[in-house]
Write a protein that binds this ligand. Structure first.
Ligand SMILES: [Zn+2]
Length: 471
């Protein structure tokens, strides 16, 4: 379709300039082809159902199966792609649409592997790709096969509609996100960086929040906490349980864990969380807004701790004891006992200093606190003043007017950490859900609303084309 600029009478140059500018704007909007969204949704739902049926439970992973499944879809479209494996069966899929090279690439990333299931607690077959009551059920529907399918759909549409691109768009479906990143993102970053190098990345980690049938905010994650599993061990003298001992490791470990469970690391906000709480206050009822704008009071902290675990976890490094082991017979005092503490550190946490602090809190010479080495890297948060963040914000205004976009810190962990550590501005986005769907992630009866999925695909389309399409 082409639009002709209105003819310009010589007496009205200013008005004409304005008209011309307005026409150019509408010309641009009109020139960009638009997918048939309902058809795209139908296709994506079928793609996702097939994808759920491909078993990529990690462990063991078998992600190559998923990579082959998605590759076949790309093959049918005539889009070249490749599967890269560090270990047999642990494939990563990469494809690229070429742009004119004016700008650095945009990466769309979703992971192939899923966590296991408690099969007897599901009401449907978790690997059946079942559609029921407007939902797609199955392991991975939300985390992360839904996202990968949506990104693949966007990628296919860019190709089919021959959208001219100012930057390459790269599609990656990676292995090992659920706990074995060495075969996935770590491998890609270390060995194939040139294939995924980009300025911006969209990945899992955010959400579009719906309450009472209305979207009220779009959370885009710009940073995340880092998992740092600590070991706490107690050593004593083993012996007969008929003779009590002061160095009984069971007693010492129990006391140490009780102290760690009660202790709170100091509250500390960063650029992302400060902005998050400020913006959330704007859409919250007065009492909650008051709370969110005065987080530094003891009372507010205690309220969050008791009633909003997610917000609480965004204010500080958290320490959660999860495993405790010791002893093997009722009449034997064991020589040692061991506990694990799931520490989720703020991105800038000094782990050595945290370990020292924990030792001080425990205050027991029989207890050893072992800080972890390695793990996901820390990085500066992605900025919320980039064209990518702006495009997500404008896509939100277009599809969910009246809502707001908030930068967020993920309290879990994603593969964006590795990208940010390489200087990529990586943004976590996510489907539309209420609390119920959110709890389905890694839970039983994981399911994705088809109607919401359609709106999500449209949202991503607008953000991606604003950033990547040539204008
Ligand atoms: Zn995930």
């Amino acid at each position: 379709m082409s639009h002709r600029l209105p003819a310009c009478p010589p007496a009205l140059p200013l008005v004409c300039l304005f008209l011309a500018a307005a026409s150019i704007a509408s010309l641009r909007a009109a020139e960009l082809p638009r997918p048939d969204f309902p058809a795209a949704l139908t296709e994506t739902v079928e793609m996702l159902r097939g994808f759920i049926r491909v078993d990529t439970v990690n462990p063991p992973g078998n992600e190559t199966r998923g990579a082959v499944y998605l590759k076949a879809i790309l093959d049918r479209e005539g889009i070249a792609s490749e599967i890269l494996e560090l270990e047999p069966g642990r494939g990563n899929l990469i494809a690229r649409l070429k742009g004119n090279g004016k700008k650095q690439p945009l990466l769309l990333m979703g992971h192939l592997d899923v966590v296991g299931v408690e099969r007897d607690k599901w009401t449907v077959e978790p690997f059946g790709g079942v559609v029921k009551d407007g939902y797609v059920y199955g392991r991975g529907a939300l985390d992360d096969k839904g996202m990968a399918s949506a990104f693949l759909q966007i990628f296919l549409q860019l190709h089919r509609l021959k959208v001219p691109l100012d930057r390459d768009v790269i599609f990656v479906a990676e292995a090992g996100e659920e706990g074995t990143t060495h075969v996935g993102i770590d491998f890609l970053v270390a060995k194939h960086w040139e294939k995924i190098a980009c300025e911006f990345a969209l990945n899992e980690g955010g959400r579009i929040n719906e309450a009472d049938g209305k979207v009220n905010y779009v959370a885009v994650s710009t940073t995340e906490k880092v998992p740092r599993p600590f070991l706490i061990s107690a050593k004593g003298t083993s012996g007969h349980a008929s003779r009590p001992r002061f160095d009984n490791p069971i007693v010492h470990l129990a006391a140490a864990i009780a102290k760690i469970g009660e202790w709170q690391a100091p509250m500390r906000l960063n650029d992302t969380t400060r902005e998050f709480f400020q913006r959330m206050a704007r859409i919250s009822p007065p009492a909650e807004a008051e709370l969110l704008t005065h987080l530094d009071t003891v009372e507010a902290q205690e309220k969050l701790r008791r009633h909003n675990g997610t917000f609480y976890a965004m204010t500080r490094t958290t320490l959660v004891p999860t495993i405790i082991k010791g002893g093997f017979r009722i009449n034997v005092i064991p020589g040692d006992a061991l506990a694990q503490v799931d520490v989720r550190a703020l991105p800038d946490e000094d782990i050595g200093r945290l370990a020292a602090e924990m030792r001080k809190v425990i205050n027991d010479p029989l207890i050893e606190v072992v800080a972890p080495e390695g793990g996901r890297p820390t990085a500066t948060p992605s900025r919320h003043d980039t064209v990518m963040f702006g495009a997500l914000e404008r896509a939100q205004q277009r599809l969910f007017p009246g809502a707001i976009t908030v930068p967020m810190m993920v309290v879990g962990a994603t593969d964006s950490a590795q990208l940010r550590a390489r200087g990529v501005q990586a943004y976590g986005i996510g489907n539309i859900y209420g609390e119920k769907e959110l709890s389905g992630m890694h839970g039983n009866d994981e399911r994705l609303s088809i109607r919401n999925f359609g709106r999500f695909i449209e949202f991503v389309w607008h953000a991606v084309t604003e950033v990547a399409a040539a204008h």
